[in-house]
Design a protein around this ligand. Structure first.
Ligand SMILES: Nc1ncnc2c1ncn2[C@@H]1O[C@H](COP(=O)(O)OP(=O)(O)OP(=O)(O)O)[C@@H](O)[C@H]1O
Ligand SMILES: [Mg+2]
Length: 390
């Protein structure tokens, strides 16, 4: 992720210093200027100073005892410098201040005092929104696969979805961030390196070093394997943000197997993803867990891009898809049939289902990949030209 330059506007000197340390701590944001007073009019020198600093983001601190001038400052800055993103930092116990700051033009309202994670998540949301508007078509799309409950089939879906994307479009990576990575086992790969090596070398990681940590599957899929030791030193979320920025610059599709890892790192990847595939079974406990996890992932204000995938699906009399959607709080994207023998043999032999063509379940994974890419411009174009030659 390219660094965001940040200006801090705060009348309280202590708060100004705290914010500066926290912003720099994200490593994604860098403070380029600080102001100790609020602008009072459009031609106030503070407005000029902010403009000259040319920041991507201005953080405006809203004092709890007197929010009026800070709110006015947000309004003025928004009027005078509409292209700069304004983040308000204030107390969550003052709902009217939250509403007024958003009306005045703040893009985010962050709890005061924030944590580095709060700020990082807000920065990530800004850059992913900017990416969308700039239509950076040369950057890859991330699909995050996460379990509603342990053993629901996240790894099976992630591995076969990645293989299907690779065979249709090429240039696909499978990244395993699960607490203990099983994806390589499903493909009978013996990786020499893992995601832990990529994170450890982040300070000097570039495209070619990244490639050296990747294991190539025979069909061309590139696998950044998971860790084989229950994590001791968990990377922080900023490290994940940097790693994924590199990955989307390199690959067209990045499938991430989080399996049952539900933590701020998974939430960060969820914020960077095109879609989150929440893998559940069609039973009450699984769908209940799905709804809790969907809520957790969207807590940081993420977009509503989580979709339900029902694995091991069988028709049950009286079961309606709309009931599953209501229970999970997410739209149903796909159903994968229940084929225990085929799936468990594929895992035990390390020969993924997508390599055993023509099975019903392989067709299902191909269908899922097609569904996820159907709106991609070049895929549409290809479909159109095929249609024309018929
Ligand atoms: N569509 C399916 N039909 C029948 N069995 C399945 C299906 N998908 C997965 N399974 C079975 O469920 C088990 C768990 O699969 P998998 O390892 O993909 O789950 P996971 O959710 O990644 O598990 P974990 O929580 O350990 O990461 C496997 O033994 C597999 O045989
Ligand atoms: Mg798994």
């Amino acid at each position: 992720m390219s660094q965001l330059s940040v200006v801090i506007v705060a009348t309280d000197g202590e708060q100004r210093s705290v914010l500066q340390v926290l912003v720099d701590g994200t490593t994604v944001g860098r403070v380029v200027h600080t102001c100790g007073s609020f602008p009072m009019s459009g031609n106030d020198p503070v407005v000029r100073r902010v403009q000259n600093a040319a920041p991507d983001v201005v953080l405006v601190d809203i004092p709890q005892d007197n929010p009026t001038l800070a709110l006015r400052a947000i309004e003025l800055l928004h009027q005078e410098l509409p292209e700069i993103a304004l983040f308000a930092v204030g107390s969550m116990t003052q709902p009217q201040v939250i509403v007024n700051s958003m009306r005045a033009g703040a893009r985010e309202f962050i709890e005061r005092p924030p944590t580095t994670t709060d700020l990082l998540e807000a920065f990530v949301r800004l850059t992913s929104a900017q990416r969308k508007t700039q239509r950076e078509e040369n950057r890859g799309k991330v699909f995050l696969v996460v379990n509603a409950k342990g053993g629901s089939g996240a790894t099976t879906v992630a591995v076969n979805l990645a293989l299907a994307l690779q065979s249709s479009h090429g240039n696909t990576a499978l990244v395993d961030i699960a607490p203990l990575g099983h994806a390589a086992l499903h493909m009978n790969l013996r990786p020499a390196f893992s995601i832990a090596d990529a994170i450890r070398n982040l300070h000097r990681l570039d495209g070619s070093l990244l490639e050296s940590f990747i294991t190539r599957h025979s069909g061309g899929l590139q696998v950044l394997a998971g860790t084989n030791i229950p994590a001791i030193n968990e990377p922080n979320t900023a490290e994940y943000a940097r790693l994924f920025d590199l990955l989307v610059g390199h690959f067209r599709y990045v499938v991430v197997d989080a399996s049952s890892r539900i933590d701020p790192a998974t939430r960060l990847v969820s914020n960077l993803s095109e879609n989150v595939l929440l893998i559940a079974h069609a039973d009450v406990a699984s769908l209940w867990s799905a709804s809790r996890i969907r809520q957790f992932l969207s807590e940081a204000g993420g977009r509503e891009h989580t979709r339900l995938v029902l694995n091991r699906f069988r028709k049950i009399p009286g079961f309606h898809e709309s009931d599953a959607e209501t229970a999970a709080g997410a739209k149903l994207l796909w159903k994968v049939p229940n084929q225990y023998f085929a799936v468990s043999t594929a895992i035990d032999r390390g020969v993924p289902l997508m390599e055993q063509n023509h099975t019903e379940i392989a067709r299902s994974f191909q269908g899922l990949a097609d569904r996820l890419t159907e709106n991609d411009l070049d895929v549409k174009r290809k479909a159109w030209s095929l249609f024309k030659t018929v």
